[in-house]
Every structure is written in C-alpha cells, then in structure tokens.
Design a protein around this ligand. Sequence first.
Ligand code: CAA
Length: 295
Amino acid sequence: MQQIAVIGAGTMGNGIAHVFAQHNYKVNLIDVSAPALEKALGVIQKNLDRQVAKGSINETVKTETLQNITTYTSLADGVKHAGLIVEAATENINLKLKIFAELDQHAPADAILATNTSSISITRIAAATKRPEKVIGMHFMNPVPVMKLVEIINGYATDAEVTKTIVSLSEKLEKVPCVVNDYPGFIANRILMPMINEAICSLYEGVAGVQEIDTVMKLGMAHPMGPLQLADFIGLDVCLSILQVLHDGFGNPKYAPCPLLVNMVTAGYLGVKSGEGFYKYTAGSKDLVVSSRFK
Ligand code: CAA
C-alpha cells in the first residue's frame, strides 16, 4: 500500500500526513478548505524544521517528506487510488457518517477506511458503509510526530486481516500499535478523561489550585503535563464531548462532566485553541501562566 489519503488538515490530520509522508508513503491530504491545506503544509514544514534542528532527520528527508504530500479539496479525487484512507475530520458524528458514506462510493473497493476518532463508535461509523469489515479505528495521539502510540480499534465487524494490515503499517511508521475493542472511549480516553475530569472537580471543589494540581501529577507521577494543562492542550470542548460519550455509553454517573468544565466550554474558554482555559496563552510565549480566573 503506497498511497494514503488523509481527510482533514487540522492538528491531527496534518500530523498523520507528516508521519506517513516521512516514512515514504505518498499522501493525499484532503480538506474542503484550501486555506486550511495551506496552513497545514506550513505547520508540517515547521515541525520538520524542529526535527532537522534536533538532528533526528536531515534536510533530504525533510524535502522528500514535503514532496510526498499532495493536497486536494475534492474528496472523490483525493481518495480514488488510495489503499488506505485515514479520516481525521472534526469530531462530529453526522459529519463522519457523511464522509464514510462518500468514501464508500469513491475509494477503491479494496481500500481500508480508518478513522482517527477519539471516541465515536467505530461500529456506528462502519454501518454508514457497505464494507464494515474494512472499517477500523486508527487513533493517533497529539503531537502525532512525537507520540509513539497508535490505538487500533476493532469495530464489531472489522476483519482480522484488516487489523493485521493496520498493525503492521503502524509499525512501519515506527509507532507502537495497541489493539482494543470498540466500547465507549476505547482505552485511551476511558482512562484519561476520568483523570482529567477528577482534576477539574478537585479545582472546582477548592481542594487545590491549578498549579498545585498539575505539579502533583507532573512531579509525583512523572506525567509530562499536568491534567489541567493537558486538558487545555487537547481542547476543553473535546474533553467534554468525550466525557459525554462515556456518560451516555455506560449510563454511569461516575463519568458525569464536572459543572466547571461545562461552564468553561459554554463560555468559549477552550484552552490553547481559544487562548485561555486553565492557563492563558500568548502567541509566541512558552510561559505557562495560570488564567486570572483561577488566581
Ligand atoms: N512535531 C515534531 N516534533 C515535535 C512536535 C511536533 N508537533 N511537538 C514537539 N516536538 C518535539 C520537540 O522538537 C522535542 O524534541 P526532542 O525530544 O528531540 O528535543 C520534543 O518533541 C519535546 O518538545 P518540547 O521540548 O517543545 O516540549 P516538551 O518537552 O514540553 O514536550 C510534549 C512537549 C511532547 C507535547 C510533552 O509535553 C508531552 O508529551 N505532553 C503530553 C502529550 C499527550 O499526553 N498527548 C496525548 C493527548 S491525548 C490525545 O491526543 C488523544 C485524544 O483522543 C484526546
């Protein structure tokens, strides 16, 4: 399989395109927005520059990686010769169902259709196609060029051969695949999101401040980021929607999102992407400054 199509040029989509292209796959990066594609190429270039600066790749690899990526605004054109399509569009069930129905029409009959969804049911997405046995979850972690894990999720009907192919492909990308089954939140977010929610509840109940909560988890548990900083990094809207999937899917009150998280999302405080969440972000600054609302 040499040609890969990636749908969605946002943070995850451009990271996924970057990693495939760096490992010599021809990548068609598809997005309805031409400016989003332009921006994605700029981000990929910047991230490749970091790798060159660190000496983990050389200039030739950088040039070849960029040459391996072609951009498309038409889904039909971008997927027509692809062996694997990885969908990384916005986390919206109706959008994903529509994209998969279109993929089923335009992708080659033997192509594997993967989704990078962080929590939407693979079985439900697969049911939008006439090839549910070829639909699988391929959940990369942010930042994709850095994080080693690919969580591979078998839908109810996923064929074992498809899983084998995706495991071996992930290894070719120098990632570590972990195969799990399709239940709400899979494994990564079933475990991560209750931890983040508990950190937010601890803040809400006044047990400790933002910095204290994050420092306990960073220095006490060797996490690279504390849970509140990580929530800002992932996006508070994304955290909320995953908690809602867990809450609805299991019907267990232990997954109920903290009211503080709900308020912050409703008010548009989404973390890094909106400029403020538990911390305040200023373009160009690497300093971690607690939001004045929590001081
Ligand atoms: N592309 C390429 N390289 C990158 C990069 C990118 N986008 N971002 C960071 N890097 C590289 C840096 O160049 C640096 O390389 P070296 O180790 O060779 O020096 C390295 O990564 C570390 O980066 P920084 O020095 O800039 O910063 P840091 O040490 O603070 O690390 C971090 C940044 C890697 C993001 C680290 O803080 C971290 O691991 N955080 C936790 C990330 C995490 O948990 N991700 C999963 C989120 S959950 C998810 O994605 C799925 C979901 O469903 C919600």
